[in-house]
Design a protein around this ligand. Sequence first.
Ligand code: GLV
Ligand code: GLV
Length: 334
Amino acid sequence: EQPTVYVTRAIPAAGLDQLRDRYDVVVRDETLPPSKDHIVSRLEELDAEGLVCLLSEDVDATVLDASPDLSVVSTFSVGYDHIDLTAAAERGIAVGHTPGVLTETTADLAWALLLTCARRTVEGHAHVAADEWETWGPTLLTGPDVHDATLGIVGLGKIGTATAKRAAGFEMDVLYSGPSRKPAREDELASFGVEATYVERQQLLAESDFVSLHVPLTEATEGLIGEAELGRMAEDAILLNTSRGEVVDTDALDEALDRGEIARAGLDVTDPEPLPADHPLFRHAPERLVVTPHIGSASTGTRNRMAEMVAACTEAGIEGEPLPHSALRDAGVE
Ligand code: GLV
Ligand code: GLV
C-alpha cells in the first residue's frame, strides 16, 4: 500500500502529478482554507504520512498529532510562521518550504507596488475609469521621482537583496538594516552596480524615500513598523510591504496616513488578511493606499516551481531523506 498525502487545497498540477506518481494523494476540493478540525479529522481518517498546506493553514501541535504516521509537512510558501516548528521538531516531523524559487518574482512585485505608489497608476486608472479625465493637466497626478531616490531595505535576505538589485537601473541610493551587516550580500549587490549601505533602522526610516519590508514574521518582527517608526519616516515617504501583514501595526499605519506622517503605502500583505473592503484602513485607497491580495510569488512559472518543490520536500520527508529545503534547518530549530 502506498503512503497517503493530504493536500489542503489544490496546488499546480506540476506538483500534484509528481506526488501522484508515488503516493495516494487526497486533495481537498475547496477554494477557502479548511478549519483546523477538518485538517485533523482528514489526517486521522487517512492515516496520512504527508501533509501539504498553504500559508493560510495554522499547523500546530493538534494538527501534528492527528496522524501517528505523519512524517512531513510541506508548505506551499517560503514563510513558515503558520507552522509550529518546535512542535514539529519534537515529534521528528520534517517541515518543507519553498525558498529561492520565488525570490525574483516577489522582488518584481515589490517594484510593481513601488512604482505604482510613486507614479499613482492605480489612482490614475480609477480616474479614467470614473470618466473624470477631462484634459491633460500640468499637475495632474504628480508624484515623486523613483530614479535617484533612496531605497531602504528592511531585511537584506534573498528577497530584500533581489529587490535592492533592481535599484541599479534607477540609479538609487540603497540603505539596508537588519540584525547584522551582510558583507556577502553587499558584494553580490556591488556586482550589479548597487552600493548598499548598512545603517541603523532608525536612520534608514528617516532617510529613505521608499521603505520596503523583507523580514520573516517572528516574535522579533511582529509590529516592527509601529507608531514611532512611521513617525520617523519622511512626510513624502512611501512604505511597501511584501513580507507579512503583522510586521506593520495596522492601526498605527491608519493614523500615520490620516495625519500625513507618510505619503503612501503599498501593501501586498495585510493584518487582517484578507483585508475586507470595508476595513477602516481602506478609506485611504486609492489615493494613499494600494492593496494587492498577497500575490508576491504569483507568476505562473514560479507557482509551478513552488509546486514541484513542495512535492520534492514531501517525497524526501516520507522517504526519510534530508529535505531540499527544510524550514527547521533554515529557522535553526534543529
Ligand atoms: C477531501 O478530502 C476533504 O478534505 O474535503
Ligand atoms: C508567501 O508569502 C510565501 O511565504 O511564500
